[in-house]
Design a protein around this ligand. Structure first.
Ligand code: SF4
Ligand code: SF4
Length: 492
């Protein structure tokens, strides 16, 4: 059993829990500060923050949300019962509405008549440097999982408030280095993707995967590249091509078995969109890169690989920022499920013998979008399945949501605080394998299993599909590349 002791609390909070100011060129800035061009002289950040806030209010419809939430917030704290961070720490600053109130109070004080009058009467000086530091620290301790929203009787979406606060902060240069550096390479770098993987490296990797599939599955499959007019443009988190080979091979095998018309684009091949975590401006720019590739290839639909934030950012924002295309965005689990229902996928049900459980990524499960599909796929070839409690829309976050998984300095906080309940939940199922069909969740769950010493293997759903799917006419799921009849597949 995982226990949360005072010692673990100290260990988790000793790293990056509180705001730290460091000196750079004689100017103070919080640890997230990254862009030299954004360095703002001491004392001027409140003014710059309010200017950025005003510009965002002018050019977006966030004002409606802030007006509404400012009016209805009942401060009943029911949301705290659903926040796994508060449930772990019981710290007042981790009550979801406490965090949201930081931004709402700035809004009321500086952007409403009543707030301005009240400020004058009470002598409230308004936004200060210290409040900016507190806000920056707080919104990057929230995983934007939106579980608290399920419990709020007033429908307040704390994930959305966190999202807006991070954007305003980013406009004055306060954003996590890891997210900004990756997005900069994606938008203006030579490779045009977050992992800086050049096209020849991607092509080499794809050739390697094709050889692996030929060896172990007994069929020759060519990954379609730059096929104009294909039904789907398949786009995975680019890091998956290097780090999650079995997930990608599972996707390739399922699409091949289903006879799907699909392609990978060579001019843009990264589904990651960290703009979702810190800047609507960057979110839009990344989506325009996807849009350009869709237009170039003339494909009919966008197919996102195993990734929650990439799927959500494309599905819910693509048609906002590229509305003239009005093209459907589909997650790979939906397509694989559809192929299963059409009877196009055959599995060896004896391959996966271990007890398996499934983690719902927040970005695809919380909106109720992808919940039943993966379960039906799992039950088609895995006999020993154990559901986590709670799950589906009510799932617990992996603890690395909202981009925090990319911030390595936050690892102890992520694995010992935000992800602690997930580790306990996985351990309780008694499973030997946990499926997490999301690039971010995979990294986080691997780390939290390691840090909490829970001996469970982490895989994507298509990793297991790759093992069990039957592609060759002989009905055998795994072939020995050396022709040895007594050979058994690895880890199967
Ligand atoms: S549950 Fe909703 S109304 Fe109640 S404190 Fe939380 S955010 Fe405010
Ligand atoms: S979005 Fe998630 S982490 Fe953030 S306050 Fe709500 S429940 Fe807690």
């Amino acid at each position: 059993m995982i226990s949360f002791t005072e010692e673990t609390r100290q260990k988790a909070f000793s790293t990056q829990r509180k705001p730290e100011t460091v000196e750079s060129q004689g100017l103070p800035h919080v640890r997230f500060h990254v862009e030299e061009a954004h360095l703002i002289p001491a004392g001027e950040r409140p003014k710059k923050f309010l200017e950025a806030f005003a510009a965002i209010l002018k050019h977006t419809n966030y004002r409606f949300m802030l007006d509404q939430y400012s009016r209805v917030s009942a401060k009943c704290a029911r949301c705290s019962a659903n926040c796994q961070i508060y449930e772990t720490t019981h710290a007042p600053e981790d009550v979801p509405c406490f965090r949201s109130e930081m931004l709402l109070s700035i809004y009321r004080r500086h952007f409403t008549v009543g707030g301005a009058v009240k400020g004058r009467l009470t002598g409230d000086v308004g936004l200060t440097e210290e409040k900016i530091d507190e806000l920056a620290d707080s919104v990057y301790n929230c995983t934007a999982c939106r579980r608290c929203t399920l419990e709020c009787p007033m429908g307040i979406d704390h994930g959305l408030i966190t999202h807006l606060a991070r954007w305003i902060l980013a406009e004055i240069g306060i954003a996590p280095r890891a997210l900004v550096v990756s997005t900069r390479e994606q938008l203006v770098g030579a490779t045009g993707n977050t992992s800086a993987i050049p096209l020849p490296a991607l092509q080499d990797t794809i050739e390697f995967l094709e050889e692996e599939i030929a060896d172990y599955k007994g069929v020759e499959i060519k990954v379609p590249m730059d096929v104009e007019g294909a039904e789907y443009m398949f786009i995975a988190p680019v890091s998956d091509w290097m780090m999650e080979a079995e997930t990608l091979m599972g996707c390739i095998c399922a699409l091949h078995a289903g006879g799907v018309s699909w392609t990978v684009g060579t001019q843009y091949y990264d589904a990651i969109n960290y703009g979702l975590f810190y800047s609507d401006h960057h979110l839009e720019q990344v989506l325009h890169k996807v849009e350009a590739e869709v237009k170039r290839l003339g494909v009919k639909k966008i197919l996102i690989g195993e990734c929650g934030h990439a799927s959500r950012s494309a599905k819910f924002f693509y048609n906002v920022f590229a509305e003239q295309l009005n093209i459907p965005v589909i997650n790979i689990l939906e397509v694989t499920h559809d192929l299963l229902k059409q009877g196009k996928l055959k599995f060896d049900t004896e391959i996966i013998k271990e007890k398996v459980t499934y983690h719902d990524p927040c970005n695809i499960a919380r909106p109720g979008w992808v919940i039943e599909q993966p379960r039906e796929i799992i039950k088609a070839f895995i006999k020993n399945y154990e559901e986590m409690t709670p799950s589906g829309r009510d799932n617990l976050c992996c603890g690395g949501g909202g981009g925090t998984v990319s911030i390595d300095e936050l690892r102890p906080y992520r694995t010992l605080i935000t992800g602690r309940r997930k580790a306990e939940q996985i351990e309780k199922t008694g499973a030997e394998i946990v499926i997490a069909p999301c690039a971010n969740c995979k990294k986080q769950v691997r780390e939290l299993l390691e840090d909490n010493e829970v001996p469970v293997e982490l895989v994507g759903l298509h990793d297991l599909i790759y093992k069990a799917i039957i592609l060759s006419d002989d009905g055998i799921a795994w072939h020995d590349p050396m022709g040895d009849d007594d050979w058994t597949p690895p880890d199967a």
